[in-house]
Design a protein around this ligand. Structure first.
Ligand code: SF4
Length: 705
């Protein structure tokens, strides 16, 4: 009936708004074009809220529970409102889904031609100039490197996109990629002899002309922070910005807005200086000696960090580093080597543009090393003079927050955001087997978002399935600092019918020494009842190994075997593929398996969560933010640690019910859910599951499924 209505007398804006609503109606554009489309009022309402925000150039922060269909709910109004649209997402899975599928479906349904581009970071495209250099410099002579180089050369001659993801014959981790891709440091930009056919710039030019550009949050933030001076900005050229999976933004923003350098950068600089020096100024300096001694000094820094107790995978705040004096000495030696290389480059100035480009790069790195040397030496002075130990983050003393923000209201962020501590940064070091990163991370990213939001009149839509804690947006708004209209829509799924939340009685204590084994013991009967088909999600990697080992014991003793897939024994992608292909598999994984995974139907019928995923209190950033909030007289647990854990818990729980036909049991084994006052907030943040404490009821759920 809606299609017969005469909208010709409506003002154009109202007519568009009706078009948006009609697209989601029974018999509307989407119902006609998409097989199995189910009209949902929440999806239509979200689309109208997005349309209104676009028209008003406002900021909408929208939480839409699983199954709302939020990508259609923002793509339809974005396309119908006209103008250019930037869609940024947190995961590759969603990026591919939007670009390869959803945009095509929505455009087809609306009968529009949409010029859309998927734009990636520059390291994803072959750099033609560096490829030519690498092919001619004779430095890639191992049989494997030479073969990789030949494959990439062949690809570069045939490709239109230059996207390295299309090169299936060279592994993602192959060392050659560094030599044939660019960074903002080594790109020659407009001075490059291959500027015209350059894949990176072509992709960027296409994006600047397209109607819809899909990017990931890293690229969005790089653009927002003007991190690549070779490019014009994309952000001010669009009318609508959609930030999906927006719950990732504070974390990625923290990583992004920080400053830092790494030993890998030292190695890459040495490799580039050697290649350019030998190519353009062979007689100009002892390039081999200079670059080798630079690399050696970098390795010495790593050795000193190891002697200070930093094994691979460590993370430590600078003010917690033991032996800072020795590390400062190693940094001084590295700084000296960088200065020697800098001097050689300056002596050869003007001989080659690429060699010249190394001067600001080595100078930047030298300055960062110097800065860290001074900070580390100062820390050594403090360590000698006193033994100040900042209070560590406790997670058990929080109080519940005040009453919530009503739906659909304009919400202001907390007066000072949860992380706000002026421009404070925390310095920290992380290590891998042979590398190390030196980072200075801001305690708050809100100023950066506020500045970017204010620069241009455009609409910003921030959305995710997990933005609230007990229906309140305060924590998220506090993190990003934006004033926004907030809306939330519950999942349309019938959780009371489709799912069961099982909290065993008694619950194992997370403080117990054998908590991991207790988790496996409690989960085993339910796993047997569900016939495998289970994810066991652990808050830590350590727990993964122990829970998996105990489950293996149960299988051996009982003779009941399920394919057991364990994080660390294969890549994430391979494990998920094997899980999907196997019958009745059990996957045991840590944080990386809590989100971004979509296993529909019976293949996933049980999700076991060992405990509330609080970030480790000794993580340098967590510790610094907790300290900063305490010093402001605020409650870091309520404002920061609990919201983070709840968001992740909601993501983990969200793996279970993916559509209206899914059924399953969510089992959580953390007694704090019932014994602590904040347990109520956690429970109120979960979808409205039917609840049982009775194991036989949980096992009985699977009868007939
Ligand atoms: S412009 Fe930069 S990325 Fe493009 S080919 Fe030249 S150096 Fe490589």
């Amino acid at each position: 009936m809606a299609l017969m209505r005469d909208d010709s007398k409506l003002d154009p804006l109202e007519a568009r708004r009706r078009q948006v609503a009609d697209a989601f109606a029974p018999g509307g554009a989407l119902a006609r074009a998409v097989a199995g489309f189910v009209p949902r009022s929440s999806q239509r309402d979200m689309a109208l809220a997005v349309f209104d925000a676009i028209v008003e150039r406002g900021t909408l922060v929208a939480e839409a529970g699983t199954g709302t269909g939020k990508t259609f709910a923002y793509l339809v109004p974005s396309l119908l409102a006209g103008g250019r649209v930037l869609v940024s997402v947190g995961t590759k899975t969603l990026q591919d889904q939007i670009f390869d599928k959803d945009l095509r479906i929505v455009s087809g349904a609306l009968g529009t031609q949409t010029d859309a581009v998927l734009l990636k970071g520059r390291q994803n495209y072959i750099c033609l100039h560096r490829l030519e250099r690498a092919a001619g410099d004779g430095l890639h002579e191992t049989r494997e490197a030479a073969a990789h180089l030949r494959h990439i050369e062949r690809f570069a001659r045939a490709t239109v996109s230059g996207d390295r993801a299309e090169v299936s014959t060279v592994p993602e981790a192959a060392g050659i990629w560094h030599a044939v891709t660019s960074t903002r440091d080594n790109c020659l930009g407009a001075d490059c002899p291959r500027f015209e056919p350059c894949f990176v710039y072509r992709a960027r030019r296409r994006a600047l002309a397209a109607q819809v550009v899909v990017v990931n949050h890293h690229l969005f933030l790089a653009d927002m922070a003007l991190r690549d001076e070779h490019f014009g900005e994309l952000l001010p050229t669009v009318d609508t910005v959609v930030l999906d999976e927006a719950h990732h933004l504070p974390r990625i923003g923290n990583e992004f807005f920080g400053e830092g350098w790494s030993l890998a950068q030292v190695t890459e600089l040495a490799a580039d200086a050697l290649a350019s020096g030998l190519h353009a100024a062979r007689d100009g300096a002892p390039w081999v000696d200079l670059t080798r001694s630079l690399e050696h000094a970098g390795r010495e820094v790593r050795v000193n960090l190891a002697q200070a107790g930093l094994a691979a995978g460590s993370k430590v705040a600078l003010d917690r580093l033991s032996e800072p004096a020795a590390v400062a000495d190693a940094l001084a030696a590295l700084q000296q080597r960088a200065e020697q290389l800098n001097a050689a480059l300056e002596q050869n100035a003007g001989r080659d543009p690429e060699l010249d480009l190394l001067v600001p790069r080595v100078e930047r790195l030298r300055a960062q090393i110097q800065d860290w040397r001074q900070a580390t030496a100062a820390s050594a002075g403090v360590a000698r003079g006193q033994t100040a130990k900042p209070a560590s983050a406790g997670v058990a003393n929080g109080q519940p927050p005040e009453a919530g923000v009503a739906r659909g209201q304009t919400a202001k962020p907390a007066p000072a955001s949860a992380g706000a501590a002026g421009d404070a940064v925390v310095r920290w070091i992380s290590t891998s087997v042979s590398g190390a990163q030196f980072r200075a991370t801001p305690l708050s990213v809100s100023d950066s978002f506020v500045r970017a939001r204010q620069r241009v009149a455009q609409a910003w839509i921030l959305t995710s399935a997990t933005l609230t804690v007990a229906s309140r947006f305060d924590a998220f708004l506090g993190e990003i600092g934006l004033e926004a209209t907030t809306r939330r829509w519950d999942s349309p799924f019938d959780f009371r019918q489709q799912a069961l939340l099982y909290l065993p009685d008694p619950m194992p204590s997370p403080n117990s020494e054998h908590f991991a084994e207790d988790v496996a013991d409690a989960a085993w009967p339910v796993i047997c009842a569900s016939g495998g088909r289970a994810f066991v999600l652990c808050a830590t990697l350590k727990a993964v190994a122990r829970v998996a080992a105990r489950l293996e014991q149960h299988m051996e003793r009982s003779g009941t075997r399920f394919p057991l897939l364990i994080q660390g024994r294969g890549t994430r992608r391979n494990l998920l593929q094997t899980y999907r292909n196997a019958t009745g598999a059990v996957l045991v994984g840590s944080i990386s398996f809590w989100e971004g995974i979509d296993v529909r139907g019976e293949a996933l019928s049980l999700v076991v969560i060992d405990k509330l995923p609080f970030a480790p209190p000794d993580d340098p950033l967590v510790e610094a933010r907790v300290r900063a909030l305490r010093s402001q007289g605020r409650n870091p647990f309520v404002e920061y640690q609990l919201p983070q854990a709840v968001t992740l818990l909601k993501q983990g729980a969200g793996r279970l019910i993916r559509d209206e036909h899914d059924r399953g049991v969510l089992m959580i084994l953390d007694g704090r859910l019932l014994s602590k006052s904040y347990g109520r907030i956690v429970m109120d943040s979960l979808p409205p599951f039917a609840l049982t404490r009775d194991e036989s009821v949980a096992r009985g759920f699977f009868r007939g499924s």
